[in-house]
Design a protein around this ligand. Structure first.
Ligand SMILES: Cc1cc2nc3c(=O)[nH]c(=O)nc-3n(C[C@H](O)[C@H](O)[C@H](O)COP(=O)(O)OP(=O)(O)OC[C@H]3O[C@@H](n4cnc5c(N)ncnc54)[C@H](O)[C@@H]3O)c2cc1C
Length: 426
């Protein structure tokens, strides 16, 4: 029987270790020295690097990459189970060498880079010796890539890039930026002359590329191949976000349930009020629907490819934002005034839901993808009525019983009555 929801014991041991390690090592670092895991400051590194080393010693570094590229080669399903833990903690992905936007960029390099490009950028990215950013969205167009204008012109042994990008996350701190041009994907060192980073927005940078020169070998993948590379990058990134969202909604749920059992109102714990029970029951079902969708998608990627799983990935993408919005709202509501403060993580989680519906492509576009792909499996009904139109189906089915109907008047009366939607008593 292949439909199996159990986890093999050796891997469960790994999951248990990750759970314990995150609670005892990663969360305290997050709470006392927020941002330390990302920092290049030597004092911060002295705190975070030993944790990263423990992850490496355990064979869990760069979880998303195959074995030949230096990762553990777990595949997406195991990664999903791990990310259900990591997603609870702000800096766990970086402590495990699996943080966006580097992961997606590394996947692009792994899939399309030449050996020389992999040596130059993939290995240092994996070791967090350098960091990267991804520059695709432009101020005049985000959802529709046909509106992008940034272009590279060949000049001898170099490409000259001109254009304007917006919302390049972590662009200001990146060493290299993957810049999507109308005619290819380019790796641009951030310190190249002409990479002009605006002051705002602070985290998701607005960048003007003004006559930026890069050597010819900074083109990643084929010329004119940027869209294919972008799909590869974004597909992987979206499913990883979805895995981490499962962790977030489970955290919200845990907080809600604990509080429901702790808080008294009108003579009983609030868990005994039916409307609180309804919030818990709805959240339980929605979290598990999301979780199963994500795990099934991960399994499908492992058994086919990211490209062949794009309908499911798109469905995960917009379901995440919806479940996060609903569950974090209910959890926040269950905590009353406390839920609205930054003494609990629920307000930030709820505020993050609209962002999740926009980042990595707006939900509408993903819904269009799902509807279009799903509709490929259907055809219009051939006549006036839908295929499931009951009178026509009954007429057809009646032919199967022609002989018994002809032989027995009682059965004929039964069939006639059913056709008139009036069942006689037998
Ligand atoms: C936190 C965060 C991080 C990001 N990081 C990066 C990054 O690192 N690199 C990068 O390049 N980009 C990044 N982005 C940008 C992101 O990819 C874009 O925001 C996204 O693609 C949408 O583009 P837009 O913001 O221009 O929205 P628009 O394209 O202007 O869409 C606005 C609204 O128009 C409607 N709409 C648009 N198209 C359709 C359609 N086809 N059907 C129906 N309705 C539609 C929707 O209601 C949509 O919400 C990030 C965004 C966020 C929020």
């Amino acid at each position: 029987m292949a439909w199996d929801f159990s986890t093999e014991p050796e891997f469960q041991d790994q999951l248990d270790w990750v759970d314990e390690f995150c609670r005892t090592e990663v969360e305290p670092l997050d709470l006392v020295f927020p941002g330390a895991a990302y920092s290049r400051d030597p004092k911060a590194k002295a705190l975070a690097d030993p944790l990263k080393q423990q992850v490496k010693d355990r064979g869990l570094w760069a979880l998303f990459l195959d074995r030949d590229l230096g990762g553990p080669g777990f595949g997406q399903l195991k990664l999903a189970l791990l990310n259900e833990i990591l997603g609870r903690y702000r800096s766990a992905p970086v402590v495990f060498g699996t943080a966006a936007p580097d992961t997606g960029n590394m996947e692009m390099l792994a899939a399309y880079g030449t050996e020389e490009q992999k040596d130059r950028w993939l290995k240092p990215l994996m070791n967090q010796e350098i960091f990267s950013a991804y520059s695709m969205t432009e101020p005049q167009g985000g959802s529709d890539p046909s509106l992008f204008k940034t272009h590279a012109t060949r000049d001898g042994d170099e490409w000259v890039i001109n254009g304007e990008k917006w919302f390049t996350s972590a662009g200001a701190r990146a060493d290299i930026i993957f810049v999507m041009c109308t005619n290819g994907m380019f790796v641009v060192p951030r310190e190249s002359p002409g990479v002009n980073i605006m002051e705002f927005p602070a985290l998701h940078n607005h960048i003007r590329y003004e006559n930026v020169r890069v050597p010819a070998d900074h083109l990643l993948g084929p010329e004119d191949g940027a869209k294919v590379l972008a799909q590869r990058r974004l597909g992987g990134g979206r499913i990883h976000h979805a895995m981490r969202t499962v962790a977030q909604v489970k955290l919200a749920f845990d907080i809600m349930c604990e509080r429901a059992l702790s808080r008294q109102s009108h003579g009983k714990v609030i868990a005994e009020h039916q409307m609180v029970q309804e919030m818990i029951a709805d959240s339980y079902a929605e979290i598990n629907m999301l979780r199963l969708l994500v795990l099934w998608t991960a399994w499908t990627i492992d058994n086919t490819s990211t490209r062949e799983s794009r309908t499911q990935i798109a469905a995960c993408k917009y379901t995440c934002a919806k479940v996060l919005r609903e569950v974090s709202y209910r959890a926040l509501h269950t905590l009353g005034s406390l839920g609205t403060t930054d003494l609990m993580p629920l307000q930030a989680m709820f505020a993050g839901a609209p962002t999740m519906a926009i980042a990595d492509g707006v939900d509408e576009v993903h819904k269009v993808t799902v509807a279009r792909n799903v509709l490929k499996g259907y055809a219009p009904h051939p006549g006036l009525w839908p295929t499931e139109y009951i009178p026509a189906k009954r007429e057809e089915a009646r032919k199967k019983y022609e002989a018994v109907i002809a032989a027995d008047p009682a059965l004929a009366a039964w069939a006639d009555a059913a056709a008139r939607h009036r069942l006689p008593r037998f």
